[in-house]
Design a protein around this ligand. Sequence first.
Ligand code: SF4
Ligand code: SF4
Length: 538
Amino acid sequence: MALPKRDELLKEVNYDRMPEKHWMDTKPEFRPGTYCYAGEPEVVKDLGLPNPRKWQPHDEDWKLPENWKEIVLNAIRDRMNRFRSFKLFMDICVRCGACADKCHFFLGTGDPKNMPVLRAELMRSVVKGEFTRSGKLFGRLAGARKLTEDVIKEWFYYYYQCTECRRCSVFCPYGIDTAEITILAREILHEIGVNIDWILKPVRFSAEIGNHIGLQPHTIKENIEFLLDDIEEITGIRPEVPLNKKGAEILFVTPSADFFADPGIYTFMGYVLLFHYLGLDWTLSTYAAEGGNFGFFTSHEMMRKLHAKIYHEAERLKVKWILGGECGHMWRVVHQYEDTMLGPAPKNLEVPKSPITGTVFEHAKSTKIVHICEFTADLIAHGKLELDPSRNDHLVVTFHDSCNTSRGMGIFEEPRFILRHVCNNFYEMPENTIREKTFCCGSGSGLNTDEYMEMRMRGGFPRANAVEYVHEKHGVNHLACICAIDRATLTPLMKYWVPAVSVGGVHELVGNALVIPGEKKRTTDLRFQPLKGAEEEA
Ligand code: SF4
Ligand code: SF4
């Protein structure tokens, strides 16, 4: 399907237009580009999930199980008992509207059901109508409605137009986190076989093979060899990348996109150069080769299952601690659930300690996992890296706070600290679009699939708008981030909205700036783009 032209996309968006009908009477329109395809039956079956069948969201009949209503009501009851937050969120909203214009999907569509308050109401109204006396007695007057197949279709449409980014929760005076409602709504929908392909396939590959696109160990090895060829051509140095090395000190886990996908590969080249420079005793596992936890978008149980692979490999390889790459939801999963659903970490793991600076990462006492930006910022703070920021002078950089590492984990300063040491030209986007108020890339939480491109461009519009602002004001031409999904999703987003801006990871810029003993004079960056002044010298 053709993507509308940039100028046409937002033409019909009108935040002031009063809807013609009550929201309960408005059905979603499954228009190509605005919804994701359904999970394929074999994949659903392989994962042991319910109701495998051929269906698509645009079908009239979704072939739900006969007792679908009973399953959904039981699932809601179960979540209300297990998650006190869910029960509270179903009760305490005062409809103040503070969250209404904070969601990127509302800003990109103008659809009232994309206001976080109304997104939560899609579930709240059913809880009222099915579980409360006032709802049963007064129905719509009390904001209540019954669960119907149309409600299921509406849930699917709008809970997959929420990237679980939590921006709305920053503005809610009651701390209501609509992302948590979306997470549970999707989990409930899975119980009747309502799911999407681009989450389930990566989950299956991650569970069965160890990374989200199913790269076999020999393919990972070959891809890395290609990247090492490039590193050698650029720097004259060929670092070693140890695979499945037993007894290494550190297991490094990064999103698998860093092994094979542009622009993640340049971030990977940056890691490899850094580890070579430090003489680190590290290894990659080809069996737990996925930082990104797609299980998180399916259910808490699936999240736990995929995370366990990392700990199993850490145990099998007898490493001391785990270093995690630039990834978003890997960190939300680790940070939010370690002490409840995921832990405890295997006994052979120790509290992470930098072998270079001696810093003990006390905050990782229970997880035994340190974020690469914490590790690198610590190295720079201790003066352990020789850096030449002028090697990034061809770039004017801004930084996108990934929702999961910023709002989900609180990593705000480390990437900025690194960027200020590896680049001479760094500019922040407007204050209300960064740090805890950052705008989502528009394609997180498993929505980065091609059939959903129109909605991705709409959802990503506020982010792109802020980039465009610094592009015009300061000449920004590069958007740095610390999340693999962001590297993948911001690239088409920039191509669409701000084509002069490239996208990449922070450690790509570290790799460019690092002055490595024995290297040859560099004339290009890690993308083979000429360094500033190199062409004139040549
Ligand atoms: S969590 Fe993010 S995507 Fe979901 S409703 Fe809130 S702001 Fe929108
Ligand atoms: S800001 Fe909080 S209380 Fe106010 S409408 Fe939104 S969810 Fe409800």
